[in-house]
Design a protein around this ligand. Structure first.
Ligand SMILES: [Zn+2]
Length: 163
């Protein structure tokens, strides 16, 4: 994806208040992130382990989501699959919950997805990051196909949040 600035990221949040988007922590090393290998940039809040964020591009516009993640890994070392990039991990997959945008979110509605806990889906599908020993399923899908599928799954998740 195209590199984004801190301002662009803060302006892209769809499911939190403007004040929250202004205050939440955005990585300081944005210039050093491997943007060309990212379908989305995801990060955990260093001040608040129960919070995580991601920003991606939908129809050429940045869209960012505020997420909640379990502080205690609920699944432990159970083998599970990320619903975005379909990478299988021993542990390392968390249920990320996004309050829905607008009124639905204010009424407490949210959307959840099991995702790589480190939010590094893009790097797993490109083989730039490996899961723990032997956790990777033998897949015959080409890398391009995996990337396409990851983008599709993520776009569908964002669409559910903003619906
Ligand atoms: Zn993933």
């Amino acid at each position: 994806m195209k590199p984004l600035t801190e301002q662009e990221i803060r302006a892209a949040f769809v499911n939190c208040t403007k004040g929250e988007a202004k205050r939440l922590s955005v990585p300081r090393d944005l210039a050093d992130r491997p943007w060309e290998d990212l379908d989305y940039l995801g990060w955990r809040d260093p001040q608040s382990p129960g919070r995580a964020y991601l920003v991606t591009e939908v129809d050429g516009r940045p869209r960012a989501l505020a997420l909640r993640r379990p502080v205690q890994g609920g699944g432990g070392m159970r083998r599970s699959m990320c619903s975005i990039c379909l990478t299988v991990h021993d542990g390392g997959v968390s249920l990320m919950v996004a309050p829905r945008a607008g009124k639905a979110g204010q009424q407490g509605n949210s959307v959840g997805a099991y995702m790589c806990d480190d939010l590094a889906c893009s790097l797993y599908v490109r083989g730039k990051k490996e899961t723990g020993a032997g956790a990777r399923l033998h897949e015959t899908l080409m890398q391009e196909e995996k990337v396409r599928r990851t983008v599709e799954n993520l776009t569908a998740f964002v669409a559910k949040v903003t619906a």
